[in-house]
Design a binder for this molecule. Structure first.
Ligand code: TTP
Ligand code: MG
Length: 362
């Protein structure tokens, strides 16, 4: 039976949530990310509102560059617990609209609606009603792609943004992909794009014309994926998964440092945010890790798994600070990150079967 898959992706998610919180921001260029510090700030843009994108500002761009492009934009720090809460609301309502649901990031999900829509026309109506629902209830806009598999649906949701609704029927899939630049195919990043360009391949159509054997000889195992993706083939099922795999925070310092006290403070700050995010998502963690980047960009990660699940910021701080010790060797540190993983639901029952939140225990 042919499948009908939806991919929902929220439009400029972090800034959209900020605008919803503070309607005065509506229509203004808004940038969520590191502090621009009048153009001297380090760190990057998390996301930019569509108004800010008109100035050329985009995700992952250095915040200093974003500031140069539009110094009058509203620059806001990342407020993860706020976005996590909004995400949870949206995901809960999406989950109701399909038989199989897979959240893939804070702002995107796959919905298998094969059992709910008889054909792609009905699927389009269902998608439009989902968009209206999210807009009415959460006051947030999203784009939806509909396709015969996850790959096509994902590419389609990105085809028209914001508030786009793109339907690609099975028989249209090949023609739909054909004209797109290879970078639009999921998992093809700038590196693969460049290597393909050197082989004279710029579009998915050109990629589809290359034989699997040739692509495997050039790219190894990835060649198989490239060949299938370019031909619109993707057998992967929409897999139920509720869990967020990890939560992390990173700080890029204004000046590289070796200062233990300063780095300990940075860990404390990040641990506060992480434990807030854990609590906001009713989660606890068991593994705590750090990521250290020295001034030459050499990067190391270390993690420790503890016996008990928890969301206590003291435990996160203590563990992260211990892990940092071996990296305090006089080398200048440029960036430091804290990451928690091994996550589990914090809603646990006590001996009498009552539901209690874990933060009450800690
Ligand atoms: P995206 O869905 O890639 O971007 P977006 O929702 O901001 O904009 P759109 O989908 O309309 O193009 O990412 C979702 C959120 O993830 C985004 O709002 C902020 C965060 N994010 C980062 O923090 N850094 C990044 O480099 C990217 C791409 C996203
Ligand atoms: Mg998005």
């Amino acid at each position: 039976m042919p499948r009908i898959i939806l991919h929902v992706d929220m439009d400029s998610f972090f800034t959209a949530v900020e605008v919803h919180e503070n309607p005065e921001l509506k229509g203004k260029p808004v940038v969520v990310g590191a502090d621009p510090k009048d153009g001297r700030g380090r760190g990057v843009v998390s996301t930019a509102s569509y108004e800010a994108r008109k100035f050329g500002i985009k995700s992952a761009m250095p915040i200093s560059q974003a500031y140069r492009l539009c110094p009058t934009a509203v620059f806001l720090p990342v407020n993860m617990p706020l976005y996590a809460a909004a995400s949870e609301q949206v995901m809960q309502s999406l989950r109701q609209r399909c038989d199989r649901f897979q959240q893939v990031s804070i702002d995107e999900a796959f919905l298998d609606i094969s059992g709910r829509a008889g054909d792609f026309e009905e699927a389009k109506q269902l998608a439009a009603s989902i968009q209206k629902d999210v807009l009415d209830k959460e006051k947030l806009s999203c784009s939806i792609g509909i396709g015969p598999n996850k790959l096509i649906a994902k590419v389609a949701s990105d085809f028209k943004k914001p508030a786009g609704l793109t339907v690609v029927k099975p028989e249209e899939a090949k023609a739909f992909l054909e004209k797109l630049p290879v970078i639009k195919i999921p998992y093809i990043g700038p590196k693969t794009e460049l290597r393909l360009k050197q082989l004279g391949i710029r579009t998915a159509g050109e990629l589809a014309l290359s034989t699997k054997e040739f692509l495997v000889s050039e790219f190894g195992k990835q060649g198989v994926y490239l060949h299938e993706a370019a031909n619109g083939i993707d057998e992967e099922e929409v897999e139920e998964s509720h869990e967020v795999k990890s939560i992390n925070r990173n700080m890029t310092f204004d000046e590289d440092t070796t200062d233990r006290e300063f780095l300990h403070k940075a860990i404390e700050e990040m641990a506060w945010e992480i434990s807030d995010a854990l609590i906001a998502n009713s989660l606890m963690c068991r593994t705590i890790g750090i990521r250290v980047r020295y001034s030459n960009f050499e990067t190391f990660t270390r993690a420790k798994t503890i016996n008990q699940f928890g969301n206590s910021r003291e435990k996160i701080i203590e563990t992260a600070q211990q892990l940092l010790e071996q990296f305090l060797n006089g080398r200048m540190i440029r960036q430091l990150g804290v990451r928690v993983s091994g996550l589990a639901d914090a809603n646990v029952s006590d001996a009498k079967g009552r539901q209690r939140k874990v933060e009450e225990f800690l």
